[in-house]
Write a protein that binds this ligand. Structure first.
Ligand SMILES: Cc1cc2nc3c(=O)[nH]c(=O)nc-3n(C[C@H](O)[C@H](O)[C@H](O)COP(=O)(O)OP(=O)(O)OC[C@H]3O[C@@H](n4cnc5c(N)ncnc54)[C@H](O)[C@@H]3O)c2cc1C
Length: 402
């Protein structure tokens, strides 16, 4: 859009709004951490879309799926390769690849770089936006080669390197796997055939599952302080949790001038000592031995929380404008489980030292396999997975005699 606005200012005028600096506009358009494009005040596109799709939707002011349906009604024989519109299930496959990588965090992007550099035609599918969890991290200070680097900046560098090699489809997640002669990878937008599949789907934030949470999610309840914290400048929030993430994010909020209180169900933190010292030094209040029983609010958003002291059973209410949850992660394994990929006792995908799962031609790497869950390990495992794919495509171990 910016390109068209620059090239044809007579036709298109565009305005980029930084939501952190313009909270009233963010409220008006209900914009959160995901990029949002509003055209002529009527048509909304959420997330980073592939360029062809974005332009097509902007031109017709219709979502691609609706457009595809209308085009097929007019011409049932049409092969919908128009503007990157993917194939619905049952139609011709949208493409054939040596490797499809699911997930564009550090593990998936590294696997893609290594796979293409091994001569394997690679596609990366990313359910959300490129970057994975690292884009939630304001500063990374333990990735070798960089004393300190912004999470977004680091991932932009890795993604730009990966884009030089292969296609990355943002906003297109892996929805289903079918195993046949080739592996069929099915998304809401397309069906791809691949010789192998690398799962680098990371982990998702755990929720509390208490009343009010689902209704107020995105309207006061959040799992990403680095994404949504700016909206609470000068306001009061709680941070729920007692691990490294909870304490890091509480410090981050305090630094943004947000009034933050930590709520923890135990009487001591699991987080590293230096973070505990940071919390004390920053004067962040801690409510010990308490869990959230209910999120209180209405259609305008969160107004408070009901807390329960887990030792005494006493209930209390606290007025807050926001509540951030940092209580752990669930590995994203739902789809591979459907084809029998084996998990370990903690629910992470089980792999051998070459990142092979129990299903031939399916590999996994990064946070989805557990371990120490760091960027450096995700990158290492991504490269190992891609090299194993190359080795196995050249010399398939599953066809050898036992
Ligand atoms: C707040 C915070 C701070 C951190 N700080 C550090 C740090 O300082 N240093 C450090 O080394 N590590 C840090 N980490 C950990 C680090 O971010 C992770 O270990 C790393 O991102 C794991 O990479 P990954 O590629 O395995 O998974 P992720 O980064 O989780 O990426 C997985 C990607 O897969 C996508 N996905 C999920 N399901 C699907 C699907 N079905 N189809 C397609 N795509 C899918 C997700 O949208 C996501 O983009 C931090 C994590 C957090 C949350």
């Amino acid at each position: 859009m910016l390109r068209t606005a620059i090239e044809r200012p007579d036709l298109i005028s565009a305005e980029c709004v930084e939501t952190g600096e313009n909270p009233e506009l963010a409220d008006k358009y209900d914009a959160q951490s995901v990029p949002l494009t509003v055209t002529n005040e009527t048509f909304r596109q959420k997330g980073l879309l592939p360029e062809e799709r974005f332009v097509l939707e902007m031109v017709y002011l219709k979502h691609a799926e609706q457009l595809l349906e209308e085009m097929q009604k007019n011409d049932p024989d049409m092969v919908p390769e128009v503007a990157g519109l993917a194939m619905a299930e049952g139609l011709t496959p949208a493409g054939e690849f040596d490797v499809v990588v699911a997930g564009a965090g550090p593990a998936g992007l590294t696997a893609a770089i290594y796979a293409e550099r091994s001569g394997l035609k690679t596609l990366v599918l990313e359910k959300g936006v490129v970057g994975g969890q690292v884009i939630l991290t304001p500063e990374v200070e333990n990735y070798p080669g960089f004393k300190t680097v912004g999470g977004v900046q680091l991932m932009e560098m890795i993604a730009s390197q990966a884009r030089d090699y292969c296609e990355i489809h943002e906003g297109e997640g892996l929805d289903e796997i079918k195993i046949g002669k080739k592996i069929e990878v099915i998304t809401a937008k397309g069906r791809y055939l691949a010789k192998s599949l690398v799962l680098a789907t990371g982990a998702s934030a755990k929720l509390l599952g208490v009343p009010g949470e689902a209704q107020l999610f995105g309207r006061g309840v959040s799992v990403c302080a680095s994404c949504d914290g700016w909206a609470y400048k000068g306001k009061q929030v709680i941070m729920v949790g007692g691990g490294n993430t909870a304490l890091t994010e509480a410090l981050h909020l305090k630094n943004m001038d947000v009034g933050v209180t930590l709520v923890h169900r135990r009487d001591e933190f699991r987080a590293e000592k230096h973070l505990q010292n940071g919390i004390k030094k920053a004067g962040i209040e801690v409510i010990w031995d308490c869990g959230v029983e209910e999120f209180l609010g209405d259609e305008t958003g969160l107004k408070g929380v009901r807390l329960k002291n887990l030792k005494t059973g006493e209930l209390s209410e606290l007025k807050v404008d926001g509540a951030f949850l940092a209580i752990g992660w669930n590995p994203n394994t739902e789809i591979p489980q459907q084809v029998g990929v084996t998990l370990d006792q903690w629910g992470y995908i089980k792999v051998d030292r070459n990142m092979r799962t129990n299903i031939p031609r399916i590999y996994a790497c990064g946070d989805v396999i557990g371990g120490v869950q760091q960027i450096a390990t995700a990158v290492g495992e991504g490269s190992t997975a891609a090299l194993a794919v190359f080795e196995d495509i050249s010399n398939p171990y599953w066809t050898k005699a036992e």
